[in-house]
Ligand binder design. Sequence first.
Ligand code: HEM
Ligand SMILES: *[C@@H]1O[C@H](CO)[C@@H](O)[C@H](O)[C@H]1NC(C)=O
Length: 496
Amino acid sequence: MRLSLFVVSVAVFIGSSTHVSAAKLGARQSRTTPLLTNFPGQAPLPSLEQHSTQRGANTLPLDNIQGDILVGMKKQKERFVFFHVNDATSFKTALKTYVPDHITSAQTLISDPSEQPLAFVNLAFSNTGLQALGVTDSLGDAQFPNGQFADASNLGDDLSQWVAPFTGTAIHGVFLIGSDQDSFLDQFENDISTAFGASITEVQALSGSARPGDLAGHEHFGFLDGISQPAVTGWETTVFPGQAVVPPGIILTGRDGDPTTRPSWALDGSFMAFRHFQQKVPEFNAYTLANAIPANSAGNLTQQEGAEFLGARMFGRWKSGAPIDLAPTADDPALGADPQRNNNFDFSDTLTDETKCPFAAHIRKTNPRQDLGGPVNTFHAIRSSIPYGPETSDAELASGVTSQDRGLLFVEYQSVIGNGFRFQQINWVNNAGFPFSKPIAPGIDPIIGQSPTRSTGGLDPLDQTKTFSVPLFVIPKGGEYFFMPSISALTSTIAA
Ligand code: HEM
Ligand SMILES: *[C@@H]1O[C@H](CO)[C@@H](O)[C@H](O)[C@H]1NC(C)=O
């Protein structure tokens, strides 16, 4: 008790951006700065004001949609609390009281900061969780019923790397707690255990954090993340150059563009694919140095330049976020930081050669743009991941060997798992022949391709037929498929 009071009071003092009203502790304390951060280079969130003036009657019911589905990768801190339901009746009773004060909508996350809580909380369920709660309607998804562990070998994962609690179907649900300070995560996690008591058991908590200083928004290999996200009609008020525009039903179940018939209570939910990825950062750096590309069309490269270049070719973007399709020979940090320019390319000038971007580069495999012959809505998803683990130490960098666990808590939201995350991973990333009909076989995605033969072509622009056998630096440790219902469905159906 004394400890938690201490934590709360420290939070008040160090939280210069926030003030806590004692009467509403644990609920919607107000802030003076936004809960989310727009990292430089990312397209900013719409504001509620823009939303109401520009969207008019087209708008989505943003106050009923759980916020994380739409906001993307703008979190400083996030904790995933995986739980098992012990007692459905008492869980439902607690849920009815908990939801109105704590479950945070998309609207709240773009409201005036004074309307925002110190931390947001969202809630999603696995299939076994819904079954345990007596919610037995089919949601119409092909992979959701059996869970991700049953799908892991289809995804190409090495099952021997999967760890508990993901090796099975014991996880019933997950609370997502997001904020800009760890103390608020602690406080809101404590609130959850107080509210739900013995009705649930916490199976595991995984905490992520933006990297420090200028590296905030970058994943652990060093690359700016969360740049290219589809613009959802009814949510985005500004479409940035090059951004895909998708109908809301690509992300939200039951909306225009969702190909599947859903039970009516499933309107405005989304399927959340969660993946626990370990990243071997010193090994990645050692590999790019050892295989540094000697030269490009601008001239010879030092070993360090050649290593940076190889990394950029593997991703399709430089560390700053600048796309190599627009900056093919050297990083351009001003381009990387400019959302008006950093997504404005479509590979149409390099459909048959890899001078600018390799066919198998991570961003080309996962969003092939003109390689598909034009815009295709179906396969888009919203990414909402966060890095976890400490910065890579000098000792690790010197040895080239990982000794501390770090990686990415990966989240992708879509209305159909088999069209979003799963399609990207199986049909594109792991498929050495994709994009199809290229003069040189693309090979697999060198970042996340899960395949026994990790061979990728086109990484050296002056020797495009050379293939690289890239060791695996991203190791899937587990994951689950969840359904994140609308806020009204939480009280009217899940808690009923
Ligand atoms: C540790 C694992 C991963 C890392 C480090 C990583 C990193 C990145 C980075 C740096 C970008 C470029 C920035 C941006 O456009 O946002 C990116 C883009 C993207 N990634 Fe990943 N990623 C990982 C896993 C995945 C997985 C598993 C998928 C799906 C199967 C995926 C799908 C995408 C998509 C769709 C894009 C945007 C492509 C575009 O629209 O241009 N990523 N990722
Ligand atoms: C580039 O490197 C090659 C091979 O190492 C060398 O022959 C050539 O002279 C170099 N060119 C320049 C401009 O330094």
